[in-house]
Design a protein around this ligand. Sequence first.
Ligand code: MTE
Length: 312
Amino acid sequence: MLIRIQDDAHPIVPSEITSESLYRGRRDFIRAAGLGGIAFAAPAAFGAAPFSSIQKSPFSTDEKPTPQNSIISYNNYYEFGTSKDDPARNVGRFKTRPWTVRVEGLCAKPRTFAIDDLLKLAPIEERIYRMRCVEGWSMVIPWNGFPLASLLKQVEPLGSAKFVEFTSAADRASMPGLALPVLDWPYTEGLRLDEAMHPLTLLALGLYGEELLAQNGAPLRLVVPWKYGFKGAKSLVRIRLTDKQPGTAWNKAAPNEYGFYSNVNPEVDHPRWSQASERRLGEFGKRKTLPFNGYAEQVAKLYAGMDLRKFY
Ligand code: MTE
């Protein structure tokens, strides 16, 4: 988003890369062999279907979802490199099992959740959301997950909790992008507690009915459809309830460009480009960007009385 780095600046060597065609080949093999249901050592790497049932959500848009192939090959995940195809190419060494996420801070019952228990925590929903990146492209993604509120309720937030901080994994051995000083690692993001508890705010475990691939934030990532995509911290290891507005990775890197609120607002330009329109992946031309990314009816009330030019 902020800094353009040449591909040849990457510290990764070819032998470290599991190519996309190689892992796609493996997935095709598993499907063709009818083995998708068997518990392989690293199910996330193979995109196995882990959900016993998926409930369709009334919060879904009826817009046509972006093809799965585009969603898994055009990514922002700077821990794996800054080009759009770096994440899919460079995730080969990243392990998403075993995995736990710690939910702590200002709550009565802090807890560490194992990812396989989270899969059972709530009915898994399909939420087809419009997603808008601050860079000006957008997608429609059929996420599988559950509301963040269901998880937060389990730990019983205290009355003093006002914000939630999200922390992504930062594993130098498997994330070549961490060698670059692009952001203050680990990647962190934050929401106000009422934003975090809003029914649209999702923890995603999958998309298109399959477990998330690493490039999309496996095994668990945040999805906030009315905000720019960078709010959606990937591969979460920690969720912390706090009474102070948390610092966020992009805000620390460029405070005048990336605010805490990050609501999709076509009237507030990024200092270096307009936010009035967007290019939907797979479409020619541009479409007008909608306030709150089309979710104004559900979320505008969260910001009543706030100057959204100041709180960008
Ligand atoms: N989370 C982490 N940990 N690291 C990142 O670089 N990029 C963000 C967000 N979450 C990012 C991240 C940005 S800028 C966007 S637009 C979305 O992830 C992209 O999500 P997608 O690749 O699944 O479409």
